[in-house]
Design a protein around this ligand. Structure first.
Ligand code: IPE
Ligand code: IPE
Ligand code: MG
Length: 238
């Protein structure tokens, strides 16, 4: 019998949690109901990833472009984030999960920012999986933020332009110190990055699946992990 999981798991897995709106529409429900179902699934899949030994998990929860949605949908999402972070504070403790946030979280309401800071504070010394929640995250915005920080150092004379290397840029991103993602899964069937981990995904394997995020199960994840394990990663070599 085939093992449930391959031996060669990605050290860093990215998931673009997409398809909540279509999931709701199919059921004649408001989009916010899809986001609630998606948030519940986020919790379930995160705990599953920790249980199988994924070391870094980055989930795309809200992009810099998602502010363009109707105000009603954005506020429903903000309410959900608050609720789920409160739950995560309790639940992820049992799984020893470190919870970090990537993106410009200063744009969120103060209460949510406090919760974000608290979630990081109580989890930062844990030893288990690192969960990066990408909120108000955009790959381009992240690069702008990093280049501005480097430009400031050059202006102050602390850095010369020649000292700007790939490693220094990687170390100036929100994911500093973490390995690049090995595998990025996009449920919902869309074939695009939508501004997710642009720099870090240079050699990530992509698995696109025709399943809407709220329907995505641990078995679907296992299938993506098998597909990844059977890929030949050459990094430009032969
Ligand atoms: C992903 O689901 C959640 C967020 C972007 C916040 P969508 O809301 O994009 O769902 P679809 O793509 O419209 O189905
Ligand atoms: C990407 O999904 C962002 C998140 C899942 C948070 P979108 O639904 O925003 O992406 P597009 O608009 O289909 O490219
Ligand atoms: Mg979408």
């Amino acid at each position: 019998m085939e093992a449930k999981l391959p031996e060669n798991l990605p050290a860093h897995l990215g998931i673009i949690m997409d398809g909540n709106g279509r999931w709701a529409k199919k059921r004649g429900l408001p989009r916010s109901a899809g986001h609630a179902a998606g948030a519940a699934n986020f919790k379930k899949l995160t705990r599953y990833c920790a249980s199988i030994g994924i070391r870094y998990l980055t989930v795309y929860a809200f992009s810099t472009e998602n502010w363009a949605r109707p105000a009603e949908e954005v506020s429903a999402l903000l309410v959900l984030f608050r609720q789920y972070l409160e739950e995560a504070l309790r639940d992820f403790r049992e799984d020893d999960i470190v919870v970090r946030f990537i993106g410009d979280t200063s744009a969120f309401p103060k209460k949510l920012q406090e919760l974000i800071a608290e979630t990081w504070e109580v989890s930062k010394d844990r030893k288990g999986m690192v969960l990066n929640i990408a909120m108000n995250y955009g790959g381009r915005a992240e690069l702008v933020h990093a280049f501005q920080a480097l430009a400031r150092q050059v202006k102050e004379g602390a850095l010369s332009p020649e000292e700007i290397t790939e490693g220094l840029i990687s170390g100036s991103l929100y994911t500093a110190g973490q390995p690049d993602p090995d595998l990025i899964i996009r449920p919902s069937g869309e074939h695009r990055t939508s501004n997710f981990l642009l720099w870090q995904s240079a050699y990530a394997e992509y698995v696109i699946m025709d399943i809407l995020w709220p329907d995505f199960t641990p078995d679907d994840l296992n299938a993506a992990l098998w597909e990844y394990a059977n890929r030949s990663r050459r990094f430009g070599g032969v």
